[in-house]
Design a protein around this ligand. Structure first.
Ligand code: MN
Ligand code: MN
Length: 322
């Protein structure tokens, strides 16, 4: 059991709309805080979107998700997990980007996540655009390639943008495979749809053994069946979970830069995460929430709710022998 310091501020003592918002009303524990060594799972903001190829905005995602996350209570009713009692969770704050320099930002983020890995803190990050996942993987995959459970409407496996090999939010996973950070045979991408530039991403997936479950197959088979296969693919090895909010249908989650129609509804969006319980999740993120396209705030709230679902998985994974 954790002590009271690592518990969210109770809505019974301070109403949930009041106070300075942190993720899930947790204590703010930056790396120089005296209790940082006790943190098991760190919730972190990555306010960076300079690798977006079209409509920007997810640099504002962490603040919006922090605010929306004050709606979330402390207990998961289905798993019967009380994450804030079972593990020391804290909001570690944001990692400062350089908004006008992609490569400098990647270096800053990578150094931060290497530090976290050395401290034994497992990260649950809020983006930011999807390129933010690459420096997280560079920081935490030092013991060998990780498996990947990836929810998205895009593969993010495109090699070339604007006439050359530049890093964008459209290629973090290709880059991660090429750098040996991910094991392509333990990668599954779920929800893929929408128009494409060409098929080079699919060709890369097939050549490397990455399993793509397109949205047509997802709807035909249903959540339980698809997720049973997805669990088999990543297996019991260390696995990263990456959740692009554009996985969800834009009728539900319009607040994102590259929406694609025909996606999962809000219920399915949460169910797929619940079906990951028991996996060895060593880190995760929710990315591409773009508040400028989210006038109701519902996308940020759904993103924060997905973060809570993922947090419960990570707490359960901590209970495994390490
Ligand atoms: Mn993506
Ligand atoms: Mn996407």
């Amino acid at each position: 059991m954790t002590d009271s310091f690592f518990r969210p501020v109770s809505g019974m003592q301070m109403p949930r709309f009041a106070g300075i918002p942190t993720f899930m009303r947790l204590p703010h524990v930056p790396l120089d805080h005296p209790r940082i060594a006790e943190v098991d799972i760190g919730l972190i903001g990555l306010p960076f979107d300079s690798a977006v190829s079209n409509r920007p905005g997810p640099r504002h995602g962490p603040r919006a998700m922090r605010d929306a996350s004050t709606m979330i209570r402390a207990e998961h009713p289905i798993h019967r997990i009380r994450p804030f009692e079972a593990a020391n969770c804290a909001d570690l704050g944001d990692v400062g980007p350089n908004p006008v320099d992609v490569m400098d930002t990647l270096d800053r983020f990578t150094a931060y996540y290497k530090d976290l890995k050395a401290r034994g803190i497992r990260p649950l990050s809020a983006g930011g655009d999807h390129l933010c996942t690459l420096p997280v993987l560079r920081g935490i995959a030092s013991d060998g390639p990780l498996g990947l459970m990836h929810f998205d409407s895009h593969t993010d496996l495109y090699p070339v943008y604007f006439g050359g090999k530049v890093l964008t939010h459209g290629n973090p996973f290709r880059q991660a495979v090429e750098e040996g950070l991910l094991d392509p045979k333990r990668m599954v991408q779920i929800g893929i749809r929408g128009t494409t530039y060409d098929f080079v991403d699919i060709d890369f997936a097939e050549a490397n053994g990455i399993r793509i479950i397109r949205i047509e197959e997802f709807h035909a088979r249903g959540v339980k069946d698809v997720m049973a296969e997805a669990r088999e693919i990543v297996g019991q090895g260390p696995t990263y979970l990456s959740y692009d909010i554009d996985f969800i249908d834009p009728s539900v989650a319009p607040g994102t830069g590259t929406p694609e129609w025909g996606g999962p509804n809000a219920y399915q969006a949460l169910q797929v995460v619940r079906e990951c319980l028991g996996l060895n999740i060593v880190g995760a993120d929710v990315v591409e929430v773009s508040p400028p396209f989210d006038p109701t705030g519902n996308t940020a709230y759904l993103g924060a709710t997905v973060m809570f679902e993922i947090l419960c998985l990570m707490v359960r994974a901590l209970e495994r022998p390490r």
